[in-house]
Design a protein around this ligand. Structure first.
Ligand code: SF4
Length: 339
């Protein structure tokens, strides 16, 4: 078993499957050994999500309540005002979050609303929070303007393997996603990109998704691992309770091993994990969570419950200063890569 925690970008699918399929205790030991080489094992980074424009999305993601093509009860809302974002950012900061992730249900940002998004980035940064956006696909000019506004992170999930992708989304292809991720990394903005477990994909698709991330020329700074939350009115509503939590933990541990410097984030679906399963996720190397009572549209454990769980486990919430140090370390590497 290799516990060296070496940073590699040439992982093969076979190597990743061998890691993922080893006995559970060996996998946990390897993940924890690698984790301790790069991170404080008793510290978790926290991000809060704000939906700055919900519903009416032109894409057809089969899991999403915000797609205009899915018959859900979600109400389409206008884009938030900057002042509302400031209010939410202040609440998130007060509760201890270090990053505000702002999401808009768009295929790509439109000309009319984009200046307001840039303004949001500037004001949230001025409040001392890191900024993350998820807006869909970006063109070169939008990436440049986001960089100039000071955006720290851009979220663009790959969701699943390239082979399984067409079963989940037909309105864009995998290469579109990879292209936006590449543009964002080239501009020196940190990337957050993750996946969803439990959409009907196979074990090999999960390994392949991790291989895609782990062979990028720069690993994403954050990899959120979501457990599908089946929503009534979406094509995946029937997928309730189809995923074994040990399989989920195996994906987290494998992500930790093949991307030792990446923040592996427990994301949607935490409500269906017991405290014990979440504790195993932290042991497997998860070191980031979405924090707050709501994700974009699905429920999340209440902040108070997270605080109690952290107290039981002796886990501290990462302070801003440490998050900044980690981000600047990644930024240095990115400057080297893009020079
Ligand atoms: S996941 Fe994002 S892109 Fe897909 S339908 Fe939902 S809001 Fe649109």
């Amino acid at each position: 078993m290799n516990t060296s925690g070496q940073i590699r970008h040439n992982w093969t699918l076979e190597e990743i499957r061998t890691i993922m399929d080893q006995p559970f205790n060996d996998l946990m030991f390897q993940a924890q050994s690698v984790h301790r080489q790069y991170f404080n094992p008793n510290e978790v980074q926290t991000s809060t999500l704000v939906n700055i424009k919900s519903g009416g999305c032109a894409e057809d993601c089969a899991y999403c309540s915000q797609s205009a093509r899915n018959q859900t009860n979600l109400e389409k809302e206008q884009m938030m005002e900057v002042q509302e974002v400031i209010e939410q950012a202040l609440v998130a900061k007060e509760r201890g979050a270090t990053r505000l992730c702002m999401g808009a249900a768009w295929r790509n940002p439109n000309k009319k609303d984009f200046p307001r998004v840039l303004e949001m980035v500037k004001v949230v940064k001025a409040l001392g929070l890191e900024t993350c956006l998820t807006l869909g696909m970006l063109n070169d000019e939008q990436v440049k303007q986001l960089k100039e506004a000071g955006l720290d992170y851009y979220n663009h999930n790959l969701d699943t393997s390239e082979a399984f992708y067409p079963k989940i989304i037909t309105t864009r292809n995998y290469q579109d996603r990879l292209d936006t991720i590449d543009k964002v990394q080239q501009a020196g903005i940190s990337v957050c990109s993750g996946g969803i477990i439990g959409m009907g994909e196979q074990h090999k698709d999960r390994a392949e998704l991790l291989r895609t991330f782990a062979t990028m020329r720069m690993h994403p700074n954050s990899v959120p691992i979501n457990l599908l939350v089946p929503i009534e009115g979406t094509p995946l509503a029937h997928m309730k309770g189809k995923t074994d939590s040990f399989e989920f933990i195996r994906v987290i541990a494998t992500a930790r091993i093949v991307m030792p410097q990446t923040y592996v984030r427990l994301s949607a679906g935490r409500m269906s994990l017991s405290d014990e399963a979440q504790a195993l996720c932290f042991m497997a190397g998860a070191n980031s969570i979405f924090y707050g009572d709501k994700l974009l549209t699905t429920d999340n454990p209440e902040s108070d419950h997270d605080v109690q769980l952290f107290a039981k486990l002796g886990i501290q919430m990462q302070q801003n200063i440490k998050a900044e140090m980690a981000a600047s370390k990644m930024a240095e590497q990115m400057t080297e890569l893009t020079a």
